[in-house]
Structure formats: structure tokens, C-alpha cells
Write a protein that binds this ligand. Sequence first.
Ligand code: GLN
Length: 489
Amino acid sequence: MYNESALQIAQKFKSGQVSATEITSYFLKRISSGDHKIGSFLSCLEERALQKAKELDQKRAEGKPLGKLAGVPIGIKDNIHVKDEVTTCASKFLSNYIAPYDSTVTKLIEAEDGIILGKHNLDEFAMGSTNENSAFFPTKNPWNENIVAGGSSGGSAASVAAGFTKISLGTDTGGSIRLPAAFCGCVGFKPSFGRVSRYGLVAFGSSLDQIGPLATSVEDAALMMEVIGKHCSKDSTSLNLAPQPYISELKNSVQSKTVGVPFHLIDQLPSEARSHFEQNIELMKKMGLNIIDINLDVLKYSVPVYYIIAPAEASTNLARFDGVLYSNRAKNCETIDDVYQNSRSEGFGPEVKQRILLGTYVLSAKAQDAYYKKAQQVRTLIINAMKKAFNSCDVIATPTAPYSAFDRNSIQDPLSLYLQDIYTIPANLAGLPSISIPTGFTSDDRPFGMQLMGPKHEDARLLRFAHHIEKNVSLSPKMSPHFDKENLA
Ligand code: GLN
């Protein structure tokens, strides 16, 4: 069952070939016998999942209509609320925090009969690119346990790659869905800003954050978008647009359409990544797509712009974690200042502290004009350049990252990690839909991904391109061979 798609599993359940309880028990067993090697879950919601499965079996027996995700095993990144369950954001600060309400995406998934199996590991508060910033334990890559899973939605990506869940939700502020998808050999889709409700997501960068699916195929990502790609009145940034026909749109052709490639951004790639990407370009030409060179020189500023805006927004969003209202309070405090200071010092990990300091500095009266304001101005240039690029092409293709997944604990310098986000950040700054699809392996069997970006709000169009391109350039199965045995123990 682990190698079937979410769509196939839902069909099997609906047609009576398998019960929801059987599906759920099967995947729960895979998790309990395999996840100790990977660490993709922070909590497994066994009881909730089996209860939901029982209800679904009952519903089917009574001939009631079944939802789009009926019987599909799903995982949720642990910065998204599932009512009455712990939301830790992989931070010591929230290790006991019980979500008092459901996020909109959780509600939508359960209303369409998806079965939530658990909450996924992440970099603390979604800050990072490796999952090594989780305060609890790092997620390992199912393809090779010595390499990173990517981040910050590394738990979601690793779970899908190991066949523990069929679709998992991640969040993407600067690449956190697409990068781990590329590192773990699965599909990761970041919708347009505002396409998916963020109600019930613990905010990191409010002008950048977006929830989206990780799956083993574009079709399954489209299935999840049919469920969660809806306007939500509880999120003031939610787009009030009609939902798109994500799945039926996949059938339309992409023949003779144009793919823009910013070749000047590819030139400095390490040679293996470069020749791999060039091979993808040849495959896209063969399938009848026109490839054109586009100039996006201004994107050289996207990393510095992001690492000013994202920490600025994070520093304000994380101000609420003060040991008073939410979260763990430091012991033995004498004054209210002690409560704030000690709780924050004890509760946050080093990367989060670094971002709060950076964000507070760029927003301070003296530095604001030189950094924050300037970054917002350059962001506008980036938005305009991307908009202009789509006058001459339908989608833009780049590698997802300059490197494939690297060895765990091999990068200590935060700047080189930040540079890893060079290709993914522009879509967040400009609010564009963007997807990473798996396209093969390095000579030492590490997955490679290719990124596609579409014009603003053209999510369904982008998925269509990705679906056709996936069929022609995906050179690999999307599940790790280490996890392909029925019995993982
Ligand atoms: N790697 C980026 C960062 O550390 C992206 C994080 C994200 O998208 N949540 O901020």
C-alpha cells in the first residue's frame, strides 16, 4: 500500500477493497516500526487516527457520501494546529502547548475524510534548511540516514519519502516545502501567497508564509489543493478567489508552451548539479516545450532581502512567546523582566535567538531605513522583475537548490546555509506559486529536484506544467528503497 498514490488509496477504500481501519493500522505500523530511524514525527496521533478510521468505515457501511481524501493517511507539520493535540513548533518553548482550536487546513482535511496520523518534525519555528534546528531531534533523510532531510518541513518530506504518510502538509516561508522535497526525492508545492488559509499556523514571516502539500506525485499535490485551496474568512490575507480545478486542469496539454530559464543564475552551479539541470532542459525540449533565456539579475539580492524581512517579521511574531500567556515559564523569577528574559533565554534555540536579534536590529529606529526599508524597496523590484518575466514565458524553471542533500552536521556556518535558499526565496518574496519535482540522483544516490514557478495566482496552471514535466524528467521512483519493505522492523 505504501507505494500507491493517495488517489489510488482513496479509490480502493471507496470501492470497498480495503477498510479505513486496515489502511490506518498499516501506516501506523510502518511508522512505529520505521520512524525511530528517521525521526519524521514529533507525535503520532494513533487514537485520533483509529477513531476517524472507525467513523469512516461506519460511514461507508451506511452508504453515506465519502470525501475526496477518504482513507488517505496524512501528516501535519507541527507548527499547524490540530485541536486538542500538542503543537510544539519543534521548540522547547511550546513542548506542552495544546492547540485550543483547529487550523482551517485541519478542518478542511478532516471534512474531506483524510486521516491525520501525526505531527511532523521541523526546524524550530520553521527557521532552517536542514531540520537540525529542531529542539528535539533532527529528521534524517530516508534515502541515506547520514544526510540531512532538508528543512524546515523535513519531517513532512521524510515521512512521504519513507511511505509513512501519502500526503503531508508543510509550510514555506523561503523554501521550506520545496527544499526538503528536493532533498528527499518527493514533490513539494508552495501555493500562491493567500491561496491556502494560514489560520491556525504559528506565524514566522507573515508576508511570506504559505501552507502546502508534499506528496509522491503532482497529482496527489493537486488532490490536496482541491481540499485546502479555499478562501477563509478567518485569515485576513486569504485570497477571495474561486477555487481552481486543480485535478482536471492536469489533463490539458502544455505542447509548444514556453519555459523561461535564468541561465545566468545557473552558471555558478557545482558541475554535477549543473549538468543534471541541463539534462532536464534537454528532456523538456524533447517533450515539445520551448526553452528561452530570461534575465532576472535582480534575484541576486533575494537572499539578503529575505534575511532582513523574514527575521524582522519573525521578531514581532515571536514577541508573544514571553512565558506569560503561552509557553513555558522560567522558574525562580523575581521580577516580570526576569520572566521575559529567562523564559526566552531558556526556551528558544540559537538559530531562533539569532533571527530575533537580527530582526529587532533591522527594525530599530536607527537601522530601519538602511535595512528594512531598503529591503522592502528591493523586494518591489524583485516582484516587478518576476511579473515582467512572465510576459515572455509560461513558467520559470531553476534547480530547487544549488546542492543535493549534504552530510548531517557538515555545515556550521549559517551564511552558507542561507545561500542554499537562492532559488526558492524569490517565489516567497513575490507571492508566486512554486513547486519542486524530483528529477533523479547524484552519482552517490542523493535526490535532485527541479523547481518551477508560475505567475501569481496561476496555481492550477503551474501544477499542470509540473505534472507533464514530472512524467518526462522524473527519473526515479519517489520512495526510498530502504523503506520499501512491508515489514520495517
Ligand atoms: N531556509 C529558510 C529559513 O531558514 C526558509 C525557511 C522556511 O521556508 N520556513 O528561513
